[in-house]
Design a protein around this ligand. Structure first.
Ligand SMILES: NC(=O)c1ccc[n+]([C@@H]2O[C@H](COP(=O)([O-])OP(=O)(O)OC[C@H]3O[C@@H](n4cnc5c(N)ncnc54)[C@H](OP(=O)(O)O)[C@@H]3O)[C@@H](O)[C@H]2O)c1
Length: 226
């Protein structure tokens, strides 16, 4: 595939690096051309302007702070129908959502652009996405972890990548990108569900930052009854 990446920071490098290694053609762009050129050199991509990148190829990743993304997308012009991959976390002080009440970041991006937005890759850090081999799901390390496929050893279950979106083709494209990194995509619902994924991520990050392990909140499925 041909993927544009808006942004030249940690998420751009982690995801763009993996996709380039998987054989995809990557065009990266940022507000500083020299940083875009340097990143392109590191990951085996090409660099372009933000406007070129936003319209490049099959889809574009929004690896920008949420508070910058709407202005950047507005400035690059028409994006109606484009597939945009939204990994942003609109998280402010106290691990609250800066989007406040109402639609979350992904839905606001979709409403502002008319693009086919898929929320993905926002729930963990670039330190995870950059790993080769891919990171194994934490639950799989626990004796009571989630079931894995019959052919996989329990400790080898890949991390799940939750995807939210309204467009089947866009979801399938992003699922392929997750699989190409060695992860297990899971479509968790329409874009409206991204509001919950964004809030859950803010909650999880708050726990991680305060030194708590979110896995301790979750009982094994066998304890849930039914
Ligand atoms: N880091 C994480 O743990 C993590 C995990 C999941 C999701 N995310 C989300 O992924 C997105 C990118 O995060 P990151 O960690 O890659 O951040 P980062 O390393 O700080 O990179 C941010 C990128 O956005 C650019 N940028 C910042 N303000 C801009 C503006 N006003 N106009 C144009 N470009 C601007 C920066 O350009 P300059 O270099 O010129 O400043 C840089 O290229 C964020 O929405 C973040 O919430 C982050």
């Amino acid at each position: 595939m041909r993927i544009g990446i808006l942004g030249t920071g940690d998420m751009a490098e982690a995801l763009g690096g993996q996709w380039a290694r998987a054989g995809h053609e990557i065009l990266v762009g940022g507000r500083a051309p020299e940083r875009a050129g340097a990143l392109a050199g590191r990951i085996g991509a090409r660099a372009g302007s933000l406007a070129e990148v936003a319209r490049f190829g099959d889809a574009a990743l929004l690896a920008l702070p949420y508070d910058a993304v709407l202005d950047v997308l507005d400035a690059v012009g028409e994006l109606r129908g484009r597939i945009l991959i939204d990994c942003t976390n609109a998280i402010g002080p106290g691990f609250t959502l800066t989007t406040g009440e109402g639609p979350g970041a992904a839905r606001r991006i979709a409403a502002a652009t008319g693009a086919r937005v898929v929320k993905a890759f926002n729930h963990v850090t670039p330190a995870v996405w950059s790993r080769t081999p891919p990171v194994v799901a934490a639950a799989a390390d626990l004796p009571t972890g989630r079931p894995t496929s019959p052919s996989a050893a329990p400790s080898a279950a890949p991390l799940t990548v939750p995807l939210c979106g309204d467009d089947e083709r866009a979801l399938a494209l992003v699922a392929t990108l997750a699989e190409d990194m060695g992860y297990a995509p899971l479509v968790t619902g329409p874009l409206a569900r991204a509001d919950l994924l964004e809030a859950t991520t803010a909650f999880l990050i708050g726990l991680w930052h305060s030194g708590h392990d979110p896995r301790t909140l979750l009982p094994p499925p066998s304890a849930l009854g039914g």
